[in-house]
Design a protein around this ligand. Structure first.
Ligand SMILES: Nc1nc2c(ncn2[C@@H]2O[C@H](COP(=O)(O)OP(=O)(O)O)[C@@H](O)[C@H]2O)c(=O)[nH]1
Ligand SMILES: [Mg+2]
Length: 437
């Protein structure tokens, strides 16, 4: 996500940090570069103009010029302004006490409404709610069938009744939900290829009859300013409550994410990052700013880890690391936990720092499997005391795991390096996160 824009910012920041002191001229040069990067990322030009003016004012107005780390200060100002552009804080889904609560998904055809309906259902199910998907895209028989398939896949009930008026279908879905104890309706509405009056009228009717707590505008994040323009039309006609940007796993340049809030005044609530139903992310403006600026999304990474890592094991592991008794058994357990976090590439892309290095890095899932096999072939004693693994033991382990002695050597070297790193971290010379993240 946002690889291109991140790399460009990385270049600007390197130059900014390179100056011992900054002059107003340095700053305005950097701002020109920032402006170009944002425009190239397809950010709305009015938004860019405002953004640059605001950063420039803060950068020149503050004590940046006199500071010992002027570059770092300007970067922080850019970061905070970028975050502000996308919203002050994370905006959660709103639910009232009403049962069922109602979420209506609107947007153009192909923007990802039906897929997102499945994702939202999955998301709120994890929060303990019981959703009912409602097929309100009745003009294409295939659309109803698509939602049924989604429902089957995520094990969620779908309400459909072809041939009726959509408002009637949704009203009946409401009664059905009450009767069968579903607390949330997720309504998958019909889209058109372009904004048209019939669609808006229908959505408007649904809105005034159903009083949804949330009307979420679903937009294809890859379409940049087109998405933003459509969002503007939708918010004027329908006054929706929030935005979901989909297909952010593709080569979305960032324009939509950076402009839609400023243009519509409505918060981005989620990002769609893949075709699977768990590939949805809660949108956090500050974290997104860090990610765009190539500083990595450390907080999301930690949260992701917390979701998938067994808390007790993690605590024990931490204790062991701190006591220096980190063994291959722990390393093995840690690998298992990492595997649970999802594809390695996803995990790596959230790490701070050199995006370029990551791009060129071959993330080899097979290497994980190999490492597992090697550790599996070790005795418990060997795992606890890797230093006893001599030449003949290495041969035996390689043979047992179907690998080569070189592979065993490499693993042991990696492990030693990791142990050293942990020792360093313990002494407090370890990683530092940007801006206290
Ligand atoms: N890569 C990717 N594809 C998505 C995402 N969301 C939706 N899609 C795909 O976009 C296409 C259109 O989605 P669909 O939900 O049918 O759109 P709808 O017409 O608005 O209901 C489908 O092929 C989806 O698999 C996403 O976040 N990432
Ligand atoms: Mg659909």
């Amino acid at each position: 996500m946002f690889q291109e824009i991140s790399e460009k910012f990385d270049g600007i920041f390197k130059r900014l940090r390179g100056h011992g002191k900054l002059s107003e001229k340095n700053i305005s040069e950097s701002m020109r570069e920032v402006r170009r990067v944002l425009l190239e990322a397809d950010v709305n030009y009015k938004v860019v103009k405002q953004f640059i003016a605001s950063v420039e004012k803060k950068a020149v107005g503050q004590d940046v010029l006199k500071s010992i780390t002027p570059g770092q200060q300007v970067i922080k100002i850019i970061h905070d302004e970028l975050a502000g552009l996308m919203g002050e804080k994370q905006e959660p889904l709103t639910f009232s006490n009403r049962i069922p609560g109602t979420i209506m998904l609107v947007g153009l055809q192909g923007s990802g409404k039906t897929t997102t309906a499945g994702k939202l259902a999955t998301f709120i199910q994890q929060k303990g709610r019981k959703p009912l998907l409602v097929a309100a895209d009745v003009y294409r028989p295939a659309a109803v069938e698509q939602l049924r398939i989604v429902g089957r896949e995520i094990d969620t009930m779908v309400y459909s009744d072809e041939g009726k008026d959509v408002v009637k279908i949704c009203k009946e879905a409401e009664s059905f939900a009450k009767e069968h104890l579903h607390d949330t309706l997720i309504i998958d509405t019909a889209g058109r290829l372009h904004v048209d009056e019939t669609m808006m009228d229908e959505l408007d009717r649904l809105k005034s009859e159903l009083h949804p707590e949330e009307i979420l505008f679903v937009a294809d994040g890859m379409t940049g300013q087109d998405a933003v323009n459509t969002a503007k039309v939708f918010t004027e006609a329908l006054d929706f409550t929030g935005v979901i940007l989909t297909k952010m796993d593709g080569d979305a340049r960032g324009g939509a994410a950076l402009s839609v809030r400023a243009v519509t005044g409505k918060p981005i609530k989620f990002l769609g990052v893949g075709e699977k139903y768990n590939q949805i992310e809660v949108f956090h403006p500050a974290r997104m700013a860090s990610r765009i600026l190539g500083m990595g999304d450390v907080v999301s990474l930690v949260e992701k880890a917390q979701q998938s890592i067994d808390q007790e094991k993690a605590a024990k592991l931490e204790q062991k690391m701190m006591r220096d008794r980190f063994t291959l058994t722990d390393f093995y357990e840690q690998l298992q936990q990492i595997k649970k976090m999802g594809p390695l590439q996803d995990v790596l892309s959230m790490l701070p720092g050199n995006q370029k290095a990551l791009k060129n890095m071959q993330v080899d899932e097979n290497a994980l499997v190999q490492t597992e096999a090697i550790i599996n072939s070790m005795t418990i004693e060997e795992r606890m005391k890797p230093h006893i693994i001599n030449g003949s033991r290495r041969k035996r382990i390689a043979y047992g795991s179907g690998t080569r002695v070189q592979d065993v050597n490499r693993l042991l070297n990696q492990f030693t390096m990791m142990q050293k790193m942990l020792k360093r971290m313990k002494k407090g010379r370890g990683m530092s996160m940007p801006f206290g993240l």
